[in-house]
Design a binder for this molecule. Structure first.
Ligand code: NAG
Ligand code: NAG
Ligand code: NAG
Ligand code: NAG
Ligand code: NAG
Length: 193
């Protein structure tokens, strides 16, 4: 399924470079809209705590506010395990749409985030841009999500609603942190309201 998806995406990226315009395709360039950010079920004993939430600053500006607390360094001893569900056409989340497991969590996230890694660390007042990120509580007064669009994720994807659950695990494979986001990939000319 995933390989087919990426095959299509590669094909589309290639055909797009020849300026073929197909606005009704189910995939293409998208705008990234966050519907919700919320904590995972149990955060007992978590040494990485995501205390952030999304907040609408204006009808077209969404910010992330709050803090992230690292009681352990955020480094490459950690593994990141991302589990994406998609919203089904008849409603309900369909699990295991996409599973991504990466060792070297800090470097992997830095690569996935691309340039938005810098803007995000800057917004959270993190004093370092390289891995590891030292122990501390990092607070943001607001990270404008349009800045997150400058990331290393595929620029072309299937439109729709997705739920992304990310779990950080330590070398003993114990969960040390978890985040959930519900996102919407919409066509560039669509609005959310
Ligand atoms: C949290 O840690 C304590 C002590 O190590 C352990 O007894 C408890 O089961 C842990 N709770 C969870 C939810 O992992
Ligand atoms: C981080 O966020 C949590 C949850 O909103 C809050 O209780 C805590 O006071 C915040 N910490 C700091 C240092 O702002
Ligand atoms: C948001 O809307 C305002 C006024 O409607 C506009 O000036 C601004 O450029 C918009 N910002 C973005 C990021 O689209
Ligand atoms: C793993 O953790 C150890 C002990 O905290 C640290 O010295 C080492 O630099 C870490 N390794 C990586 C790759 O982050
Ligand atoms: C992904 O999430 C679904 C639904 O929460 C769960 O059933 C499945 O076991 C998870 N898969 C992995 C590999 O974690």
């Amino acid at each position: 399924m995933i390989f087919k998806t990426f095959g299509l995406i590669l094909f589309f990226s290639w055909s797009q470079s020849k300026s073929i315009f197909m606005p009704n395709l189910p995939f293409g360039e998208y705008r990234f809209v966050i519907d919700k950010l919320y904590p995972c079920g149990s955060r007992k004993n978590h040494t990485i705590q995501f205390n952030y939430y999304s907040s609408k600053k204006a009808s077209n500006i969404t910010e992330i506010k709050g803090n992230i607390t690292f009681l352990i360094p955020f480094d490459d001893n950690l593994t990141i395990d991302i589990n994406v569900s998609s919203w089904g056409s008849t409603g309900g989340w369909i699990p295991n749409y996409y599973i991504l497991i990466r060792k070297n969590a800090c470097s992997s996230i830095r690569n996935l985030f691309g340039n938005s890694w810098l803007t995000m660390l800057n917004a959270f007042n993190v004093p370092a841009y390289r891995c590891p990120i030292p122990v501390g509580t990092y607070i943001t007064s607001g990270y404008d999500l349009t800045k997150f669009e400058d990331n290393g994720l595929p620029k072309v994807f299937f439109y729709g609603k997705y739920k992304v659950v990310g779990r950080y695990k330590n070398v003993e494979n114990k969960e040390v942190g978890c985040f959930v986001g519900e996102i919407n990939l919409i066509r560039p000319w669509e609005t959310t309201i």
